[in-house]
Write a protein that binds this ligand. Structure first.
Ligand code: 13P
Ligand code: ZN
Length: 275
């Protein structure tokens, strides 16, 4: 099968374009990675090079040794992915220790995988373990309203989770485990990757203060939908705070507990504090 005709590649390209259309990917902002299934890699094997040079990842992810990932390229623009996917994207293979990668397809005009590869791969390792292999997608975007909130809300998991849950009744159902927050850090390296993957042990969403957001999910629909839900909620909160700083009414802790029963989700009490 031709790589560009494979379902996982088409789904990946569509998600990049959807993110671009949402306005979350100015210039080269954001990146996306997908852990390719064994059978998907097998189906496109003829087009995968095996003579690429090995490069250091910059961190070690032993549980992902030998896995293939479809990734966006560093400095590549999401708006161009749909036009020239073989220029913007790559399939990479990890070595037998999970310390190096090599390019097997894509980036035909040169380049390397996203600078956030350490964060993506460490998140993949944590989420693969936490979900018994179900999660395959890690998505980093620069959504405007979430970033705006990191200037005015305390950078605490409890505060972001609760404030965003309150903005839309469906939110606690979509992200019942809550949201983690990383204070400002230099992007692109191992330190921010470690901090983010620590949070991903508990959450499917992590916010990087004054930068953007990471989301993890089983497939493209669920992961895009998660990013979209959190950002929509943040947009409502920005509007509410802009209209008046104090809410006249809201969803109360007991309302969340009642919702949890009917929707069969567990909502940790640490988010249902009295204000
Ligand atoms: P890349 O172009 O290297 O993927 O970087 C974009 C980005 O959002 C960094 O955080
Ligand atoms: Zn970024």
């Amino acid at each position: 099968m031709k790589i560009l005709e494979a379902g996982f590649v088409q789904g990946f390209i569509r998600m990049c374009n959807d993110g671009w259309e949402q306005g979350w990917h100015e210039r080269n902002g954001g990146n996306l990675t997908y852990r390719v299934k064994k059978e998907e890699a097998e189906a496109v094997k003829e087009e995968l090079r095996t003579d690429g040079e090995w490069h250091e990842i910059g961190t070690s992810i032993p549980l992902l040794a030998g896995e293939y990932f479809l990734v966006t390229g560093s400095g590549k623009y999401f708006r161009n992915v749909i036009l020239e996917p073989e220029d913007s994207l790559a399939i990479v293979e990890l070595d037998e220790k999970g310390e190096k990668y090599r390019i097997c397809w894509g980036l035909v005009n040169g380049g390397k995988p996203t600078s956030e590869l350490p964060s993506h791969l460490m998140n993949h390792e944590v989420k693969m373990t936490a979900t018994g292999g179900k999660h395959r997608v890690i998505y980093h975007a620069h959504p405007t309203n979430v970033i705006a909130l990191t200037f005015v809300l305390p950078l605490k998991d409890e505060v972001f989770t609760r404030e965003l849950w309150e903005m839309a009744t469906e939110c606690p159902v979509v992200f019942p485990d809550g949201i983690g927050v990383v204070g400002w850090m230099v992007p692109g390296g191992r330190d921010i990757a470690v901090a983010t993957s620590e949070l991903m042990k508990q959450y499917d969403v992590a916010i990087w203060a004054h930068h953007g957001m990471f989301a993890s999910g089983e497939d493209f629909d669920l992961t895009f939908g998660l990013m979209h839900t959190v950002e929509k909620s943040a947009e409502i909160l920005v509007k509410v705070l802009s209209i008046r700083p104090d809410k006249l009414q809201t969803i109360l802790p007991q309302n969340f507990r009642d919702l949890a029963v009917d929707f069969k989700v567990t909502l940790p009490e640490k988010f249902l504090y009295e204000k």
